[in-house]
Every structure is written in structure tokens, then in C-alpha cells.
Design a protein around this ligand. Structure first.
Ligand code: NDP
Length: 295
């Protein structure tokens, strides 16, 4: 059996077209241009590159972006003042504080300050709390697990009653992915570094989401035949034969697992393009919330 390959770039392009149409409609009907503010503290090259990429994607769908860069030694007060100003700015519908923040800053205090209606990363403790509660809906869902769920939907996965296994329990991926699956009535097992006999646990899964940060850890004999496999992992490994000397691989051994799974995302080209797409979608939603508040 060879799995259906879930093409994250194609799904992302489709969702981005829908977002661009929504942005256009908001401009035409209400004169509102959705706006995303990014806050980068320090000059970490990888973080700066992520921020630039987010700004470029905003421009592609017609969302304005406001880039704010603070020096690496910015004080807690300076960061908090910037977030407070962005909360009060009516042109800003989403605030993204690029994590991690430098060690001297209290990340949780900063995230707590972001207005709930502008929390497009979905990391505000109230949004995460609502996600964890039965019968409650968060205002925003964290982008990476949100993107993973959209890919599963596009691939035709049935959630209700399915056995789902999430590998990883981080606040940004594993835990919210598990909570989203519970909301969709899957029976969910969350694995982590202390889980015993991972292959046996994973083999139970009709839906397997891997978010561990371990290159090609999930092997073919960890996967139930026909399962939906979503590979969130993005790991740089040595590739002496290539020009750069490295390549990117996921947490799933794609070549092996695609022979067993029913559907699988590649990495790169799966969840990655969806993460940024869901950020754009959340920003449009932020603008819709602002509009509803005005009415
Ligand atoms: P974290 O390091 O925060 O979390 C990793 C999780 O995996 C932890 O819960 C950890 O367990 C668990 N884990 C680590 N090693 C093992 C192991 N050997 N066996 C079982 N469990 C293990 O990572 P993130 O959640 O931030 O990211 C996970 C992966 O997803 C990374 O490759 C990252 O690059 C990628 N990523 C991709 C994104 C995208 O847009 N495509 C966005 C975000 C992340 P414990 O809790 O016990 O320590």
C-alpha cells in the first residue's frame, strides 16, 4: 500500500486564496485592512527570518504588517509598553510576539498582556484554557496544530471515535493538537519522553501526529496500516552530498511510512506551509472580531 501524500503547499495555497478573498471583501465593504503586528526582541537570525517570511506572506494576501524590533537588552517594561500600544492600535488586529524571548524577559507576562481578541498565535493562557475545556471555544487556536487539523480534514480523516496518538506534549504543538482532537471526539493518547513502548502505542493510532523534534523517529512498524500520519517535525540533518551540507527531515521516516500509512504529510511541504497560513487566517478573524465589536 502506498499512502496518499497530503500536499501542504497545495492546501495552504487554497486556504490563502480564501483568505485573500476575505481580506478583499473586508476592504471593499468596511474599509478595514486587516493588520498583523510582529514583535521581535533581539537579533536571532532564525527568528528574524521567520518574521520576514510572515510579513511577506501577509503582503501576498493583502494583510498589512507592522514590524517592531526591540534590542536584545530591552526591559520587561519596554516590551510590555509596546504590547499595550499595539492592543490600543485600531489598525492592528493580530499581535505576534516572536518566541523565544531573551531569557531575562518574563514570557508568560508578555503573552498574558496581549488582548484576547488580538491573540493570533493562540498562546494566551485564557485561549489555551478554553481549548482545554469541554463545550468552550477559544477565540484563536494555535497555528501549527490548527494547520495539522485542516490537513487531516482535507485528507478526509474521520475524527469521531478514532484512536488518535499525539507524539509530543509541547505547549505550542502537542498539547493543543491533543485538545483539538478531543474537541472533535477522537480518543486521544499523548506520548512524551517518558512514555513506555512508543511503537506499540503509536500502532493503535488511526490518526498519528508526530511533534517530537527527533529526525525520522517514527518507523513503518510504528504505524497502523491505513493510518493518517501528520508529521510536524522539522529537523536539520547532515547531508554531505548536498551543496549546503544539510537537509530538512521530519519526525517520521517518510520513505518507509508512506508504504504503510493511508495518508501522510511530507516534511518539508506538509504542516510548515499551513502554520503561516493559519496565522493569516487568524489575523483576518481578528479584523472580523474588531468589526463585530464596532457594530
Ligand atoms: P518541544 O521540544 O517543545 O517538544 C518535544 C516533545 O516531544 C516533548 O513533549 C518531549 O517530551 C517529546 N519527546 C522528545 N523526545 C522524545 C522521544 N525520544 N520520545 C518520546 N517523546 C519525545 O518541540 P515542539 O513541540 O516545539 O516541536 C516539535 C517538532 O515540531 C520540532 O521538530 C519542531 O521543529 C517542529 N515544529 C514545526 C512547526 C511547523 O510549523 N512545521 C512549528 C513548531 C514546531 P517531554 O515533554 O517529556 O520532554
Amino acid at each position: 500500500m502506498t499512502a496518499t501524500i497530503i500536499d501542504g503547499n497545495a492546501v495552504a495555497a487554497k486556504v490563502q486564496d480564501q483568505i485573500a478573498a476575505g481580506v478583499e471583501k473586508m476592504k471593499a465593504e468596511h474599509g478595514i485592512v486587516p493588520g498583523l503586528a510582529t514583535v521581535l526582541v533581539g537579533e536571532d537570525p532564525a527568528s528574524a527570518q521567520y518574521v520576514r517570511m510572515k510579513q511577506r506572506r501577509c503582503a501576498k494576501v493583502g494583510i498589512q504588517s507592522f514590524g517592531h524590533v526591540l534590542p536584545a537588552d530591552a526591559t520587561q517594561e519596554e516590551v510590555e509598553k509596546l504590547v499595550a500600544d499595539l492592543n490600543a492600535n485600531p489598525e492592528v488586529h493580530g499581535i505576534l510576539v516572536q518566541l523565544p524571548l531573551p531569557g531575562h524577559l518574563d514570557e508568560e507576562r508578555v503573552l498574558n498582556l496581549i488582548s484576547l481578541n488580538k491573540d493570533v498565535d493562540g498562546f494566551h493562557p485564557v485561549n489555551i484554557g478554553r481549548l482545554a475545556m469541554k463545550g468552550r471555544e477559544p477565540t484563536f487556536v494555535p497555528c501549527t496544530p490548527y494547520g495539522a487539523m485542516v490537513l487531516l480534514e482535507e485528507a478526509g480523516a474521520e475524527f469521531s471515535g478514532a484512536e488518535a496518538v499525539v507524539l509530543g506534549r509541547s505547549n505550542i504543538v502537542g498539547l493543543p493538537a491533543a485538545m483539538l482532537l478531543i474537541h472533535r471526539n477522537a480518543t486521544v493518547t499523548v506520548c512524551h519522553s517518558r512514555t513506555k513502548d512508543l511503537p506499540a502505542v503509536c500502532r493503535r493510532a488511526d490518526i498519528l501526529i508526530a511533534a517530537v523534534g527527533r529526525a525520522e523517529m517514527v518507523k513503518a512498524d510504528w504505524v497502523k496500516p491505513g493510518a493518517y500520519v501528520i508529521d510536524v517535525g522539522s529537523n536539520q540533518v547532515a547531508d554531505p552530498g548536498s551543496e549546503k551540507g544539510y537537509k530538512w527531515v521530519g519526525d517520521v521516516d517518510f520513505d518507509e511510512v508512506k508504504e504503510v500509512a493511508g495518508a501522510i504529510t511530507p516534511s518539508p511541504g506538509g504542516v510548515g506551509p499551513m502554520t503561516i497560513t493559519m496565522l493569516l487566517k487568524n489575523t483576518l478573524r481578528g479584523a472580523e472580531l474588531a468589526l463585530a465589536e464596532k457594530a
